[in-house]
Ligand binder design. Structure first.
Ligand SMILES: Cc1cc2nc3c(=O)[nH]c(=O)nc-3n(C[C@H](O)[C@H](O)[C@H](O)COP(=O)(O)OP(=O)(O)OC[C@H]3O[C@@H](n4cnc5c(N)ncnc54)[C@H](O)[C@@H]3O)c2cc1C
Length: 408
């Protein structure tokens, strides 16, 4: 391969942003790194929970992708309309692009309309608009029945529904109205975070129940009746609510499905360690993919995995383009910091690629873990959108993430 190469990255979320920076730092300037996203706003999703309870405003949890050119990354604000993976050609609302390497990191879409009545009646904190509307609804809420419903599988961040439940409990306590609020949580899963095994699942369930939140597993939402304020579950069970908070169903973006990249699961199938798709020099990573683990369950959709995968893909592409360094693999390591209120957080961490089950352990909530979560939020926005301090960045990358990959 001679001459300058173009690496085209679709999506400027966690995976796309990390891949773009890592590539830019590894490739010579004759090579182009181009990132396409329909939005200029990068959202640090873990902080949506804090946005929901009013502890953060939108500017504190977002970054401007329009600043990427300052770092040598071309940014195209446009919607991806069609992907031809065999030809590595992409049609966008801003024109056509051809690539030597294509990285698809378009994430998962929220689809509340997939359950009849849900979009009209429920609140959610899974995007900026939803979290802001829920904050407004919470401010007006003085008591009643709060139903927290996971409306479909798979969904992003297996800890987030339980984090949301614990944080809402704390929020109501802070407002002095907890005794007037009845809280219950429903999910199609048997236990919270089943991928991490029954020990972690039971520990999280106990944490939720200890705060007076009733937990119902294997509860599959089939419809919502907005007029009656009722959630209807498979088998006919009906639950009345005054405030319905949902984790909406997720789906693979239609443009990805139409491209032929999505497999039987409806998500992109990739090699679990290299993120290679069935198409030459086309990689996919993060929430848009589905990786089946040894225990048959899917690898959860989480930023920590999108991040590790993006690093590995960037190293592999850079090694090939620069003919230096080695290709890299994603190790399966991940962690999740679950905010529990009272200035504390619990950490679940481990390797999800171990057999026969992921080796994941949950640490009890601590003040230290909460402070790590706050520090990580600040680090994230500074690392990709703040002023450049290259030496400090390299050190912080290693300290904050305890990187699974060796320095290359
Ligand atoms: C409330 C909440 C809390 C979370 N907490 C955690 C946590 O604590 N830890 C953790 O690891 N993960 C957490 N996550 C999950 C994490 O945010 C996602 O797993 C992660 O963002 C996935 O990265 P991605 O790059 O695959 O997709 P995304 O970050 O979703 O990025 C996809 C990008 O593609 C763009 N896009 C989509 N379609 C198009 C199109 N047609 N044209 C152009 N652009 C398009 C979107 O605008 C978006 O910028 C949380 C998620 C939520 C919602």
């Amino acid at each position: 391969m001679n001459g300058g190469k173009t690496i085209l990255i679709l999506g400027g979320g966690v995976g796309g942003l990390v891949a773009a920076h890592s590539l830019r730092e590894r490739l010579g300037r004759e090579h182009r790194v181009v990132l396409v996203d329909k939005s200029r706003q990068h959202v640090f999703a873990p902080s949506l929970l804090w946005l929901m309870v009013g502890w953060r405003g939108v500017p504190q949890i977002t970054g401007d992708l329009g600043r990427l050119p300052q770092r040598g990354i071309e940014f195209v604000q446009a919607e991806v309309l069609a992907i031809d993976p065999a030809a590595r050609k992409v049609t966008t609302s801003a024109g056509e692009f051809a690539a030597d390497y294509l990285v698809v990191a378009l994430g998962a879409e929220l689809a509340p309309q997939a359950v009849p009545g849900l979009a009209e009646s429920a609140h959610w904190y899974y995007d900026v608009g939803g979290a802001e509307r829920l904050r407004g609804a919470l401010a007006k809420f003085d008591g009643g029945r709060v139903a927290l419903v996971v409306a479909g599988m798979p969904y992003k961040c297996p800890g987030a529904p339980w984090e949301g439940a614990l944080l809402l409990d704390y929020y109501f306590r802070q407002r002095g109205i907890r005794d007037k609020v009845e809280m219950s949580a429903y999910t199609p899963e048997p236990l919270p975070m089943p991928v991490a095994g029954p020990v972690v699942g039971k520990a999280l369930k106990e944490m939720v129940e200890a705060r007076g939140i009733a937990f119902s597993g294997q509860a599959k939402l089939t419809a919502v009746d907005p007029a009656r304020h009722e959630s209807v579950f498979e088998g006919g069970k009906k639950v009345e609510y005054d405030l319905l908070v949902t984790i909406p169903p997720h789906r693979c973006p239609q443009v990805v499905k139409d491209s032929g990249l999505a497999g039987e699961t409806g998500w992109v199938s990739i090699q679990p360690r290299t993120m290679a798709t069935a198409f030459e020099r086309v990689y996919a990573l993060g929430d848009v993919t589905m990786i089946k683990l040894a225990n048959g369950k899917p690898l959860p959709k989480a930023g920590v995995f999108a991040h590790g995968q993006a690093e590995a893909v960037a190293r592999t592409i850079a090694a090939e383009v620069m003919r230096a360094g080695k290709p890299a693999e994603f190790s399966g390591e991940g962690y999740c910091i679950v905010e529990t209120g009272y200035g504390r957080a619990a950490v679940g961490a481990g390797n999800f690629y171990t057999e026969p089950d992921p080796a994941v352990a949950l640490q009890l909530p601590s003040r230290y873990s909460h402070l790590s979560k706050v520090a990580f939020e600040k680090y994230w926005l500074w690392r990709w959108f703040g002023g450049r301090l290259p030496g400090v960045e390299a050190l912080a990358d290693r300290v904050v993430f305890g990187k699974a990959l060796p320095t290359a």
